[in-house]
Design a protein around this ligand. Structure first.
Ligand code: PEP
Ligand code: MG
Length: 581
């Protein structure tokens, strides 16, 4: 039966494919007491189900060995096989059937809860996370016991180009970044806000995504046919053939439009009245540099280096980081690369850093806690290693250092002193670097935008992080779907802070960029040009569409119209006026 669900549109486009459920849910199963004479039969039923799952995993392993299949799939099959064979899971289930006369499904769920509770006790974060694998293995066995349809190997797709669509309760940025190595067509989650880092990674992957769906996960089964409309924030489940055809047409039309935009790759982003705009790319991993080059970006305006630190047990050391930064600089062949120092914390977690500084303390409010530069100043060895790695890479091209989450003058001073220390260490070790490397600050805390003096005096450039600036101005957790309707880039207070920063930069002769998600929204490009913005940084997938908007804009005329908008204080009027631009 066809039905549709609505959520927050966070990454545009259309994906059509089969559901792949990532589960965190405890399963509801029938619970009943067996008669004594049925116990032997129940034990046999359990053994058959376990054997069937074993065979399914073996079949998946064969599939995982096929050329082009990511290594992660094979690792995940191995872990699941190991758990299935582990007596700690299955022997206890047999005992529950034999001694307590529980039916197999009930026994399985009870034991799963026990094992998951043991995993929760582990100190090691990686082991703790393996509880999800336990749940997935138990789900597989339960599906066999309940005769539910399940994915054996990959089912025959409805059409050759159908994709895999991940359906989850929630995904962390660390989960999502792993999709870069897998072929995922799109994803939907029940939780999450519009500028959470999970949504940002979806945009950087250029895959359609809808978050904050609330009830998608329990209503969808593995292998259900899905359409994700990431532009409208709609998910269609089990669509009939006419809807499917309609969406296939829309999808091809979108792809055609995208490919037409490629003509603009080498065009300059110049307005009708001759104002030149720089369009930079935001990247998360070194491999993204290729996309930045492919769309003809003017350089990298934001390299979110924290993603190098995720999904691993050890920190990347100085040499590893140096190689990563150098590969981006080389990939950009002479164009500037803005490398932001570690912005870990809030929703971006790295297990290798979790226990540092805060001990095992859970921050009561991580977005306001020891995040980004605050963390780096509290962990000078981690910070110095990164600074040395960035400085060493600066010998191979143009690098600009960008510092996140600055608010206080003394944080700027401390950071500059750390950069001097890193330089001195390199000089002593006779390592080459760019002595005149530029240092910039993110403006993403309202206090920074309102007290720009030290930033203008001590730094070389500014980059406005609108994602956090909006979060902190409006006191809206950017990752929380429950308040996503209040997260408003056009709130007059937000516009005022952006405008203040651009104007102050212009007066002081300091370049100002916007590198938050607002810069990549083609509907806001003309407004930002009218505010005086000349440098935009966004995901590579958005560069050409924003360029198209800029090429059709008249900067002088927009400046007059935006000045009128700046005097408005009613959000609805502002929205209407921005739409008319
Ligand atoms: C921002 O806050 O706008 C920004 C660009 O940084 P991040 O999204 O990584 O916090
Ligand atoms: Mg930020």
């Amino acid at each position: 039966m066809t039905f549709s669900l609505h959520g927050l549109a966070v990454s545009g486009g259309i994906a059509i494919g089969r559901a792949h459920l990532i589960s965190h849910a405890t399963l509801e199963v029938a619970q009943y007491q067996l008669r004594e004479r049925d116990v032997a039969g129940e034990l046999e039923r359990l053994d058959r189900a376990i054997a069937t799952v074993g065979e399914e995993l073996d079949a998946l392993r064969v599939e995982a060995c096929a050329p082009g299949t990511p290594a992660e799939l094979s690792a995940f099959v191995d872990i699941h096989s190991m758990l299935l064979a582990d007596p700690a899971l299955t022997d206890a289930v047999r005992d529950l059937i034999r001694e307590r006369r529980c039916n197999a499904e009930w026994a399985m769920v009870q034991q799963m809860q026990q094992v998951v509770a043991q995993f929760d006790e582990f100190e090691d974060a990686y082991l703790r996370e393996r509880k999800h694998d336990v749940v997935q293995v138990v789900e597989r066995v339960l599906k066999v016991l309940q005769n539910k349809p399940r994915k054996l190997a990959r089912r025959k797709p409805v059409a050759a180009d159908d994709e895999l669509i991940v359906v989850a309760n929630d995904l962390s940025p660390a989960d999502t970044i792993q999709f870069k190595n897998l072929k995922i067509g799109g994803f939907v989650t029940d939780y999450g806000g519009a500028t959470s880092h999970t949504a940002i990674v979806a945009r950087s992957l250029a895959i359609p995504a809808v978050v904050g769906m609330q009830h998608a996960r329990p209503l969808i089964q593995d292998d259900d046919l899905l359409i994700v409309d990431g532009t409208r924030g709609v998910l269609l489940v089990d669509p009939d053939i006419r809807i499917l055809e309609e969406y296939r047409l829309r999808k091809s039309a979108l792809e055609l439009e995208r490919s037409k935009l490629k003509r603009l790759k080498t065009a300059r982003a110049t307005t009708l009245d001759g104002v030149e705009i720089q369009l930079y790319a935001n990247i998360e991993l070194p491999q993204d540099a290729e996309q930045a080059r492919d769309v003809g970006a003017d350089g990298v305006g934001l390299f979110r280096t924290e993603f190098l630190f995720m999904n691993r047990d050890e920190l990347p050391d100085e040499d590893e980081q140096f190689e990563a930064y150098r590969s981006v600089v080389k990939g950009l062949a002479g164009k500037p690369v803005t490398i932001r120092t570690l912005d870990i914390g809030a929703d971006k977690e790295a297990r290798a850093l979790r226990a540092r500084s805060s001990g095992d303390r859970v921050s009561p409010n991580p977005a306001l806690g020891l995040r980004a530069i605050r963390f780096c100043l509290a962990e000078p060895q981690v910070f110095l290693a990164q600074l040395r790695a960035i400085l060493r890479a600066s010998h191979y091209g143009t690098i600009r250092l960008l510092i996140p989450m600055l608010a206080h003058a003394h944080e700027i001073e401390q950071t500059l002193a750390m950069i001097e220390t890193a330089k001195a260490q390199l000089r002593e070790a006779r390592q080459k670097f760019d002595e005149r490397i530029q240092v910039g600050g993110m403006i993403e805390i309202p206090a920074a935008a309102l007290a720009l003096g030290p930033f203008l005096r001590r730094l070389d450039f500014l980059s406005i992080g609108t994602n956090d600036l909006i979060q902190y101005t409006l006191a809206i957790d950017r990752a929380d779907g429950a308040v996503a309707h209040l997260y408003d880039p056009l709130h007059p207070a937000v516009l005022r802070l952006i405008s203040l920063t651009i104007q102050a930069g212009e007066r002081a002769g300091l370049p100002v960029a916007v590198c938050g998600e607002m810069a990549g929204d083609p509907r806001l490009a003309r407004m930002l040009v009218g505010m005086g913005l000349r440098q935009f940084s966004m995901h590579p997938a958005q560069v050409l569409e924003v360029k198209q908007q800029i090429m059709m804009a008249d900067a002088a005329q927009l400046a007059l119209r935006v000045a009128r908008i700046a005097r408005m204080d009613e959000p609805e009027k502002i929205r209407e006026a921005v739409e008319k631009l």
